[in-house]
Design a protein around this ligand. Structure first.
Ligand SMILES: [Zn+2]
Length: 420
């Protein structure tokens, strides 16, 4: 690894191991990370936030299998245009099964599982699901080049007239999520097809889809660059680009307009005129793959995550063994409000050492003899602020309120916080 200090500190692979978030093992395989409890806690928080945002925006969640018959991907076009990135088929009972390279084909099949009316559109189908990519060089210990991917995905089946509004809604949701996560887009990229046979040939569909995306970018006033050779094989897309610790750019979020797969799967809905019409598919991902999103969060925050994402949100520090029971009661009170709280035991070191140990945790709650006598806790915030000691119930409630904001601020400072 490069020995430049700043770079080493912010490399997500090293931090992921140091913080006990995730790792890989050669016996499991390169590019196949596993998640430790703190990493899983962060990931759950992120996934629950996304599902909540999606529910509020009218998405319905589904589950679909992580593999399917080869024919499914022949219909979708993945087999013809994307096979190099797919794992080879497995033969089972005379059929060829493949690990899926994307969720769209399954969702298209779910859409056509029964007759659809125009009144159901836009039909927003979301799934945080597994998919696979046959990366030749999975970087050991990393989350950015993985072979097993958990994608925050959704497909919006809509009329051509609804495409602009749905794409704009997706971009707005991406903007809100970035604010919540404390990250920012480096640039918006309009990804167009390049040369070669990688892309489906349908000039009229490409032109219409590109027009829709340009229109949305301009309406939202988002500056963008157009890059050729970056489109999906089935259509153009808007990619939201971020920059990692080493200055490398990658795509985190994406919004795509697809006229191709609805045709391949012969998707239809019954219109107001009683006739059968073809929907358009808008593919969108708010945080991209969970792996890449967490890698980026680790690099941006260096382990000091926004409160709602922090694996441990409150560390309770009894000054001595006599306060252990009170500390455990406060931790339980926090947990009952949905917070992730732990007690740092006096046997694990001096109070100063335990405070240093917990320096990335947003809140340290110190419980000494005086606090126990008064039913108070003395909070120390990660940024060094120390509000006046608060009654236990109030301290826990105020922490829970900040966590529930899904923002980046650490404390909702009130008038009398500073009075000691
Ligand atoms: Zn898709």
């Amino acid at each position: 690894m490069n020995a430049i200090d700043g770079e080493a500190v912010h490399d997500h692979r090293r931090l992921g191991r140091e913080l006990g978030l995730f790792d890989t093992d050669p016996l499991i395989g390169a590019g196949l990370p596993y998640w430790l409890p703190d990493g899983a806690a962060l990931r759950h928080a992120l996934e629950e936030y996304i599902r909540g945002q999606e529910r509020a925006a009218g998405y319905r969640h589904v589950y679909s299998p992580v593999l399917g018959k080869r024919e499914l991907y022949e219909v979708s076009g993945h087999w013809a245009h994307y096979r190099e990135d797919m794992f080879p088929p497995m033969e089972v009972g005379g059929e060829e099964m493949v690990l899926r390279p994307s969720l769209c084909p399954h969702h298209a099949v779910l859409f056509r599982s029964r007759a659809r009316s125009y009144r159901e559109l836009p039909l927003r189908m979301a799934e945080l699901g597994g998919m696979f990519r046959a990366e030749l060089s999975g970087v050991l210990g990393g989350l950015t080049r993985v072979r097993a991917i958990q994608l925050n995905d959704a497909h919006i089946f809509c009329t051509p007239e609804q495409v602009g509004q749905e794409a704009a809604g997706a971009l707005e949701m991406i903007g809100r999520a970035y604010d919540a996560m404390g990250i920012r887009a480096a640039r918006y990229r309009l990804s167009l097809p390049g040369k070669g046979g990688k892309y489906v040939a349908a000039p009229e569909a490409w032109r219409r889809a590109t027009e829709e995306l340009v229109d949305v970018l301009e309406r939202l006033g988002l500056p963008y660059d157009a890059d050729e050779g970056e489109a999906a094989f089935y259509g153009p897309k808007i990619d939201v680009q971020v920059i990692d610790h080493a200055g490398r750019e990658s795509t985190l979020s994406t919004v795509q307009v697809d006229f191709h797969q609805p045709e391949r799967f012969d998707l239809r809905y019954v219109g107001a005129d009683g006739g059968r019409h073809r929907p358009v598919m808008v593919h969108r991902s708010v945080v991209g793959s969970v792996e890449r999103a967490v890698a980026h969060l680790v690099e941006v925050h260096g382990g000091a995550f926004p409160v709602w994402l922090a694996p441990v949100q409150v560390v309770v520090l009894p000054v001595g063994a006599d306060q252990r029971a009170s500390a455990e009661a406060f931790a339980a009170r926090c947990a009952a409000l949905g917070l992730r709280a732990e007690v740092s035991d006096p046997e694990d070191g001096s109070l100063g050492a335990r405070i240093r140990q917990a320096r990335l945790v947003p809140y340290q709650a110190v419980v000494g003899p005086r606090e126990v006598a008064d039913g108070l806790v003395a909070l120390r915030l990660r940024d060094g602020r120390r509000p006046r000691p608060l009654p236990e119930a109030e301290a826990a409630a105020r922490i829970a309120a900040v966590a529930g904001e899904h923002g980046v601020r650490l404390w909702d400072e009130q008038e009398d916080d500073r009075v000691r």
